[in-house]
Design a protein around this ligand. Structure first.
Ligand code: HEM
Length: 474
């Protein structure tokens, strides 16, 4: 071997050595700062939510760091992603890689078996059971019940008043509708006690999980225990009534869940699961629909042309409906009203986004997102993207004339994929029935034009959204 060959051989050997012993390059995390230990960006995030400047806050992040960035929220390293492909990624990601994520207090209050805490087959089974009640074919038969609730509400809280505070009233209304359909409980003392319990329970959902006397979390746990005892009692009552055939599985959500799995025991729900999920549904449906209806009332108080068009549509239905109560077919005719509701959801999604927990390391857009981190998505970032919704700050219900023309994973007020809101049809029915009776019976104007709101995490109007109402001659 001459000197040149020796040299080449030496070079090959050393390259081979370096190739074999080279350490894997460090994992690349997305750009962004983690801020101060533990606190991270939590305080500025909460401040932006409270002052309703979260959109600007998120926009600043994306202009500084791009579409994927890291930060630290609630003591956990977090990745913020947004846009159509990010939404698609989150909503369709394997449940073993990205799991649903709620603050620790949430699980303690709602129970370990509530649907939002479940993953994989367990999630599918429990979700399937709830959907059997929340699907349109089932809800069709409850339109009359919702109609009665809305009419009672309007008689009791709107007629005879000159001013009403819309937000608290809409919460009472959505609670009453749910207590009728979910618990099978009509108006009266029990309902009043239940709404108080629910509110106490919900006050602690976002609190620090410190179970000491007089903490918010402690009050919330106590309310949750009382509510659970109440639901357990209802379960026993329904079981007895179903056995004696004095009630059927269509009576309410509890009866429906008890009827599942008669022929297929593997999909049966335990009593504990029913309790946790009844509570979960109450929480999920309470603030969301009431917020949507409040925003609609606000819009109709500000935009005369939209109000007039909705009145025209609803009065035509009022004149042509075949029975005193609204029917499923009447709701199908409320096309313009629902487009206005969708546009309202686009511009003001009640749920701004949510968190997912990283259960396994994964790669996204060339970055490694490690196990134990959390991922946050935000609906408003796609809803206000001019490349998807042209002139996004303009209120234009015509965008929803052809729903198929909206690209997938771009309108995400109800989420998407395996966890898409199973209550969207329920929300549609209660919203349409409520707007029908409000616009056919009243005109209104806002008492304060600057009715700004904060987010906690749902929108809250500082004046409760006070309006002056004038009854129409019916
Ligand atoms: C305008 C009204 C509503 C809006 C905007 C809304 C929005 C959402 C969103 C965005 C999600 C997905 C959250 C995520 O992916 O992390 C969700 C989930 C959920 N919603 Fe709704 N919701 C509404 C009304 C309702 C109602 C009325 C009910 C029940 C009657 C309900 C029950 C649920 C449940 C149980 C989940 C959890 C689903 C799962 O984890 O698989 N929602 N909702």
């Amino acid at each position: 071997m001459d000197l040149t060959n020796c040299f080449i051989f030496f070079l090959l050997l050393t390259s081979l050595y370096f190739a074999l012993t080279r350490k894997t390059p460090p994992k690349k995390h997305p750009p962004g700062s983690m801020g101060f230990p533990l606190i991270g960006q939590t305080l500025s995030f909460l401040h932006a939510m409270r002052t309703n400047s979260i959109e600007q806050w998120l926009l600043q992040r994306t202009s500084k760091y791009g579409p994927v960035s890291k930060l630290s929220l609630f003591g956990t390293p977090t990745v913020f992603v947004h846009g159509q492909s990010a939404n698609k990624f989150i909503f369709t990601c394997d449940g073993n890689v990205l799991g649903n994520h709620q603050p620790p207090s949430f699980k303690r209050i709602c129970g370990e078996r509530n649907m939002t805490a479940l993953i994989g087959d367990d999630h599918k089974r429990v979700r399937g059971a709830l959907v059997s009640f929340l699907k349109p074919e089932m809800l069709k038969q409850y339109v009359g019940k919702m109609d009665e609730e809305v009419r009672n509400h309007v008689e009791m809280h709107w007629h005879g008043n000159q001013k009403v505070m819309v937000m608290p009233l809409m919460k009472t209304l959505t609670f009453n509708i749910m207590s009728s359909l979910i618990f099978g409980i009509g108006k009266g003392e029990t309902r009043n006690n239940l709404i108080e319990l629910l509110q106490h329970m919900m006050n602690g959902l976002m609190s620090l999980p410190i179970n000491l006397l007089f903490t918010r979390f402690n009050r919330s746990l106590k309310a949750s225990a009382q509510l659970r005892a109440f639901i357990k009692n209802l379960i026993s009552e329904r079981k007895a009534a179903l056995e004696q055939r004095v009630a059927d599985t269509r009576k309410d959500l509890i009866a429906c869940l008890l009827g599942i799995g008669k022929t297929e025991p593997s999909i049966r729900m335990s009593d504990e699961e029913i309790v946790d999920n009844v509570i979960g549904v109450m929480i999920a449906g309470y603030d969301t629909s009431s917020v949507l209806i409040t925003f609609l009332v606000r819009l109709l108080g500000m935009d005369r042309s939209v109000y007039d068009k909705i009145v025209q549509e609803q009065e035509k239905i009022a004149k042509t409906k075949t029975s005193e109560l609204l029917s499923w077919d009447d709701l199908a005719k409320m096309k313009y009203t629902w487009r206005v509701a969708m546009e309202t959801l686009r511009m003001n999604p009640p749920l701004l986004g949510s968190l997912r927990k990283v259960l396994k390391d994964f790669e996204y857009e060339g970055y490694t997102i490690p196990k134990g981190w959390q991922v946050i998505w935000a609906a408003n970032m796609t809803h206000m993207d001019g490349r998807i919704f042209s002139d996004p700050s303009k209120f234009d219900p015509a965008r929803f004339e052809k729903q198929a023309s909206i690209p997938p994973y771009c309108f995400v007020a109800f989420g998407g994929g395996a966890r898409i809101c199973p209550g969207n049809e329920f929300a549609r029915i209660e919203t349409l029935v409520t707007i029908h009776y409000l616009v056919t019976r009243f005109k209104w104007k806002l008492c304060c034009l600057d009715n700004s709101f904060s987010r906690n995490p749902f929108p809250v109007f500082s004046d409760g959204m006070l309006i002056e109402i004038e009854p129409k001659d019916c």
